[in-house]
Design a protein around this ligand. Structure first.
Ligand code: SAM
Length: 242
């Protein structure tokens, strides 16, 4: 499935110039999954909790179809008060249509499920969660995610298995155990210490669709072995070609 031209250009030329923590391969994976969803006729908004300067968000926003929006949530206070301006400037420089961007300056622990759902304004077909990294904060964000995710949508979780955030990994595992209708379909391997693993999760009935879309889009990055996660055989996508 071809990627939108602007997304292809951003990923090839500008991604690493935008300050941030996500790995390029994880953004490429997200773009391919969004392309597969679009080709299958799925419609929905995209969102990120914890956009920072926009590195990953821009890739999502450049993949939306007409009528869809991109929702950016962050406290926008760290490391300084000018970060929201840098986020907006980076989006504009990458050619994001700012009419489809909704910016929410908020700490997610102050948002209720209903409040977040109202701001988002419709089901999300892709949500990247990269805000709070503590146990309770992650569980809260996963509740927001469940309340807003399209039935066929994808939940992408950053920094799972990161040595700095062991409690985040435990929270994700506890949430998956408590929500068995969701399954891990891919793990994106780390690129560096800063750009840690992402977990890709969806409802069980979409498992095969997403797995097959990634195998078709990036066969050279799909490892021959799988990550067995309590019976689910998740793909491992590695930056190193096999
Ligand atoms: C690691 S950075 C995100 C990096 C970004 N996703 C990327 O790919 O470059 C984490 C961001 O989450 C934000 N954040 C942390 N806790 C938050 C919370 N409870 N609600 C909203 N944003 C939060 C921080 O302000 C920071 O910008």
């Amino acid at each position: 499935m071809p990627l939108p031209e602007a997304a292809e250009r951003y990923l090839a030329k500008s991604f690493n110039a935008v300050k941030g923590a996500s790995s390029k391969i994880s953004a490429v994976v997200a773009a391919h999954l969004l392309a597969a969803q679009s080709a299958a006729g799925l419609r929905g908004h995209v969102a990120e909790i914890g956009v920072f300067e926009g590195r990953f968000f821009i890739a999502l926003a450049l993949c939306v179809a007409p009528g869809e929006r991109a929702i950016a949530t962050d406290v926008f206070t760290w490391p300084d008060e000018e970060i929201a301006e840098r986020f907006l400037a980076n989006c504009r420089a990458a050619g994001v249509n700012m009419d489809i961007v909704a910016v929410q300056k908020a700490a997610t622990h102050n948002l209720t499920r209903e409040g977040y759902r109202q701001f988002v304004g419709g089901p999300l077909r892709f949500l990247h969660v990269d805000g709070a990294h503590g146990y309770d904060g992650v569980l809260h964000d996963l509740q927001l995610a469940k309340a807003t995710l399209h039935h066929q949508g994808i939940l992408c979780l950053d920094d799972v298995l990161h040595p700095r955030y062991p409690a985040l990994t435990v929270a994700v595992a506890d949430w998956l155990k408590a929500n068995p209708e969701f399954a891990l379909f891919a793990v994106v391997d780390r690129e560096s210490f800063a750009s840690a693993c992402k977990f890709l999760i969806c409802r069980r009935e979409r498992f095969d669709f997403h797995r097959d879309a990634l195998i078709a889009a990036m066969p050279e990055h799909v490892m021959n072995f799988r990550a067995n996660y309590f019976g689910d055989e998740a793909l491992i996508i590695s930056p190193q070609a096999k």
